[in-house]
Design a protein around this ligand. Structure first.
Ligand SMILES: [Zn+2]
Length: 467
């Protein structure tokens, strides 16, 4: 190794310390004589292969960070796809460090002119089509939301407060416009990770859950299942049970524990070992108000099938199971989640529109699709609201619910989503009520609790009609 590294410095023999020998991927390649001649080599062959050092490295010993100096990869540069063993000497950048361009000029793709903002267009259209009487009715209707991410509910004021308290720099765009802003998918990823980075102390989650509570009250949501993807916080040293107990304490104080339940997600691109760790926290956290587990993260190139045993185990333990699928991936991805993971709900699932057999299967098995129209439009998963498959799913009799995904990031809320479904897909107030029944039926609470919520929806609807 020493000879290889020495020879590659333009003929000049150099002495390296053991740390300098392989501290970075290109140095590893030089040291091991890996160059373009190795392209297309089978890594399961006997020439170039990975070997375990047979040490029992635990998943908690591995640090997950964004990769270094790959700004050209756009939003993907921020995925936590760089791994190293905690305390290893052979690491070029040891501590988690945001990309240089974050700190200076904002992310490079933020310099590009944003595309026309479809949401503004949507708001304008909405104001002309839905009359204020209907808007009021929808606002007052008791609702159910099953697809909502914890960090997607953080208000910009909370972000600014936490950023200053924890001395974390927020993107210039958020600071300047005092609103959470993005126009492209790269910017969305950038925004999402910026939000996660301001959460530094376990107690910061008290402010986060307060924002969730405000959101739930503002939208008159009587049952909400909020998803949390905890791994990056655990990887930074925070403790799962502490955070859950802080959030549940706040729910208790505000009398919201029965209205807001948790779903614990893992990112499928982080692999099955991370999944085991995250779900084991959920399985073992007694009285933590957790009703289910979920799968999020990159779909393409990361089959859900490896999580099969974990999902089986969750079911045996009485947890509900859901998975994001068919948002960025294909209909096949939805098939894998329903067949291999036996989930009863799919996050998004909009690609089911490309497969008639799948749509029939979802209908017959009553598998619930957690649809978030504005999220799909804003992330350009569909060209416009009019191109969204919601209307087709609904008229074919599929089990669909209405959700907001990340309301503060997408500038929406469940009331707005219901209005957009009425406006763009032609659903009546009765039909909206029927989707709420579908949602509560697909929720992960007990049958008795479901009946109570259904009755509250019926009563709420009656009051609206009489007023
Ligand atoms: Zn989601």
């Amino acid at each position: 190794m020493l000879r290889n590294r020495g020879r590659n410095t333009r003929g000049v023999e150099k002495l390296f310390s053991i740390e300098q020998l392989t501290n970075g991927p290109s140095k590893v390649c030089m040291a091991m004589g890996i160059d373009k001649k190795c392209n297309h080599l089978d890594l399961c062959g006997d020439k170039l292969y990975l070997e375990s050092d047979s040490k029992d490295t635990k998943i908690t010993d591995i640090v997950f960070t964004p990769r270094i100096n790959i700004d050209y990869a756009g939003g993907a540069a921020l995925y936590h796809w760089r791994y190293y063993i905690r305390g290893s000497k052979f690491i070029s950048v040891r501590k988690y460090e945001p990309l240089r361009s974050w700190r200076n000029n904002g992310y490079m793709s933020l310099k590009h002119q944003p595309n026309p903002d479809l949401f503004t267009q949507f708001e304008n259209d909405m104001n002309t089509k839905i009359n204020t009487d209907e808007q009021e009715k929808i606002k007052k209707l008791p609702k159910v939301e099953l697809h909502l991410h914890l960090e997607g509910c953080i208000k910009v004021e909370t972000l600014l407060k936490l950023a200053s308290q924890n001395n974390v720099q927020l993107p210039k765009q958020i600071l300047k416009q005092k609103s959470i802003y993005f126009a492209t998918f790269d910017q969305f990823v950038y925004t999402y990770y910026s939000i996660c980075n301001v959460l530094v102390e376990e107690n910061d989650f008290r402010l986060v859950i307060r924002d969730v509570i405000d959101y739930v009250k503002d939208n008159n949501i009587i049952h909400c299942e909020v998803s949390w993807t905890p791994f990056q916080y655990l990887n930074r040293g925070m403790r799962f049970d502490h955070i859950l107990s802080i959030m549940n304490d706040e729910l208790e104080i505000q009398g919201m524990r029965n209205r807001i339940k948790f779903i614990i997600d893992t990112q499928r691109d982080h692999g099955v070992e991370v999944g085991k760790l995250v779900y084991s926290h959920a399985f073992n956290c007694r009285d933590c108000n957790i009703v289910g587990i979920g799968l999020t993260g990159q779909e393409q190139g990361f089959s859900p099938t490896i999580y099969r045993k974990l999902f089986q185990h969750a079911k045996q333990k009485g947890f509900g199971c859901t998975a994001h699928a068919g948002e960025y991936g294909s209909a096949m991805d939805i098939w894998q989640c329903v067949k291999d993971l036996c989930v009863t709900r799919i996050g998004h699932g909009i690609k089911a529109i490309t497969d008639d057999t799948l749509m029939d299967y979802l209908k017959n098995k009553k598998i619930h699709l957690e649809i978030s129209p504005t999220s799909n439009v804003r992330l350009k998963r569909v060209d416009s609201y009019f191109a969204h498959p919601f209307q087709t799913f609904w008229s074919r009799g599929l089990n669909v619910g209405i959700n907001s995904d990340d309301p503060e990031i997408f500038g929406t809320g469940l009331t707005d989503e219901c209005l957009s479904v009425m406006n763009y897909f032609g659903l009546s107030l009765d039909a909206i009520q029927s989707t709420l029944f579908d949602s509560i039926q697909a929720s992960f609470i007990s049958e008795n609790e479901k009946e109570t919520i259904k009755q509250q929806i019926v009563n709420g609807r009656r009051e609206i009609s009489c007023s």
